[in-house]
Design a binder for this molecule. Structure first.
Ligand SMILES: *[C@@H]1O[C@H](CO)[C@@H](O)[C@H](O)[C@H]1NC(C)=O
Ligand SMILES: *[C@@H]1O[C@H](CO)[C@@H](O)[C@H](O)[C@H]1NC(C)=O
Ligand SMILES: *[C@@H]1O[C@H](CO)[C@@H](O)[C@H](O)[C@H]1NC(C)=O
Ligand SMILES: *[C@@H]1O[C@H](CO)[C@@H](O)[C@H](O)[C@H]1NC(C)=O
Ligand SMILES: *[C@@H]1O[C@H](CO)[C@@H](O)[C@H](O)[C@H]1NC(C)=O
Ligand SMILES: *[C@@H]1O[C@H](CO)[C@@H](O)[C@H](O)[C@H]1NC(C)=O
Ligand SMILES: *[C@@H]1O[C@H](CO)[C@@H](O)[C@H](O)[C@H]1NC(C)=O
Length: 405
């Protein structure tokens, strides 16, 4: 009996033979290091092995530079005039050694690392400031994890957008690098833009170029790029392969698909090819629900979006929306299709990250209001989030969780 139960448990959770590590940001002012170990009963066991208070009062976003063992943290500064950005060395025992911590414009919520070929010994960070209506950049010594403020872009609107309560001002919400590494993209929830910045390859400086203008009132939050798995950067830049951009809207709970083209002019071209609710069809979603994070599946043929405060699976049990975007041999569909909803195993999945690596994948979920980190399995065959693998109650609201790698 015992051995057959054990075999069944192993079949259900073939994945985590080895321990792995995660970092979680908490609005309680803590960045926690978590260890995920296989539990004796076949699921996973999450435990906190270190805590740092060095990021500031409201850690909102974590960005790991794995090759350099550096973790960057944004502090949204929710109840103070300024936000901040900090870097840490990630130690083998899980502790974080503070390197640098500087004040910023208020409300930093997401960052991205980029590089410029003419400045090979530096990296750069672009930061989206939701509350501060700005984008800032930082010039980074990637080995030391030291950085300095580099550029500041302040944005203004003449009047509120269609959703006056949320679109009172520009609200940059995300920061992404395009598949060629030539542009930084910043969805602006307040302005109904995806702002586009060209990277000067000689200096690393950003220059704002024509934005992608979205439907009024959409409230773009985050995005994900799709390219064929084996495509080279040159194939992407030369237009030899399909490139899509999938944009998640927080204010209309929708997924918009764009076909992307690179032209001679110094920007990117977007053609809208698809739009559907993150609850399927044209459904607006339950009152108060707001779609949040988006990712492409490891198999490259699904889009996963987290829905927040929708209670689709019962009270305090929100959902993931799954869309099919490409066939099994890796050809993108011109029209994706909504496959359905999967449980998030808690309330307000603000952000999630699929584990890196080539083997079995897991999904780590930051349940903001649930004050929990959850890890679900990844169903490779179906291309969906799966069973609950591990769960850990944390101190304070959890806006972000990332895998160490
Ligand atoms: C989970 O990890 C904790 C801390 O390492 C340990 O005390 C506990 O026994 C583990 N539980 C299981 C079921 O493995
Ligand atoms: C398995 O062990 C984990 C870690 O201790 C625990 O959280 C979980 O509830 C257990 N699951 C079952 C089905 O017993
Ligand atoms: C963890 O490692 C760091 C860096 O090696 C060290 O400074 C610190 O004392 C260690 N902490 C513990 C609790 O062992
Ligand atoms: C801190 O916030 C104030 C008030 O918004 C602003 O003027 C100042 O530039 C901010 N500091 C930094 C370093 O951005
Ligand atoms: C990608 O490359 C791998 C290894 O060369 C190959 O096995 C696979 O079929 C390729 N996939 C596609 C979609 O071309
Ligand atoms: C995927 O689509 C392409 C283009 O339509 C087609 O050639 C290929 O056979 C399809 N593969 C599968 C597995 O359906
Ligand atoms: C959420 O819904 C799923 C699917 O029905 C269920 O397995 C799970 O127990 C529910 N509750 C939580 C808190 O995860």
């Amino acid at each position: 009996m015992k051995s057959s139960w054990f075999t069944a448990a192993l079949c259900a959770f073939p994945a985590m033979v080895m321990a792995s590590r995660l970092y979680a940001a908490s609005y309680a002012g803590i960045v926690s290091t978590l260890s995920l170990a296989p539990a004796s009963n076949g699921t996973g066991n999450l435990s906190v092995i270190a805590e740092s208070t060095g990021c500031g009062p409201s850690p909102s976003w974590l960005m790991l530079d794995g090759p350099h063992d550096i973790l960057y943290c944004l502090d949204e500064g929710l109840n103070v005039p300024n936000g901040s950005i900090a870097s840490f060395h990630t130690n083998a025992n899980g502790s974080l050694t503070p390197i640098k911590h500087i004040e910023t414009i208020s409300g930093p919520v997401m960052s991205v690392l980029y590089s410029a070929s003419g400045v090979p010994d530096r990296e750069f960070i672009a930061v989206a400031h939701y509350d501060g209506s700005a984008v800032t950049t930082y010039s980074v010594d990637p080995i030391a994890g030291d950085f300095n403020r580099f550029q500041t872009f302040n944005f203004h609107m003449d009047g509120p957008g269609p959703n006056a309560g949320r679109q009172d001002a520009p609200h940059p919400h995300g920061a992404y690098l395009d598949p060629t590494g030539r542009f930084v993209l910043v969805p602006d929830l307040g302005a109904d833009f995806v702002r586009i910045f060209e990277i000067n390859q000689y200096t690393g400086q950003l220059k704002e170029v024509s934005p992608l203008v979205t439907k009024p009132g959409l409230g773009p939050r985050h995005l994900a790029f799709w390219t064929p798995k084996n495509a080279s950067g040159a194939q992407v830049a030369n237009g030899e392969v399909d490139v899509y951009c999938y944009l998640v809207s927080e204010l209309m709970n929708s997924l918009t698909g764009y076909k992307v083209a690179y032209s001679e002019s110094e920007s990117m071209e977007f053609t809208s090819v698809y739009e559907e609710s993150t609850f399927g069809g044209q459904k607006p979603g339950p009152d108060g629900s707001k779609a949040s994070e988006i990712a492409i599946s490891p198999t490259n043929n699904h889009v996963i979006i987290s829905n927040r405060l929708d209670s689709t699976f019962g009270p305090k049990n929100d959902s993931f929306a799954i869309f099919s975007i490409a066939n099994a041999s890796g050809t993108a569909f011109t029209k994706p299709s909504f496959l359905g909803l999967e449980p998030a195993y808690g309330v307000n999945p603000r952000q999630f990250e699929i584990s890196p690596g080539k083997q079995q994948h897991l999904v780590a979920v930051a349940l903001q209001d649930g004050e929990e980190v959850v890890v679900t399995t990844w169903d490779e065959k179906e291309g969906r989030t799966g069973a609950l693998y591990a769960k850990k109650a944390m101190k304070g609201q959890i806006p972000a969780v990332v895998w160490d790698h």
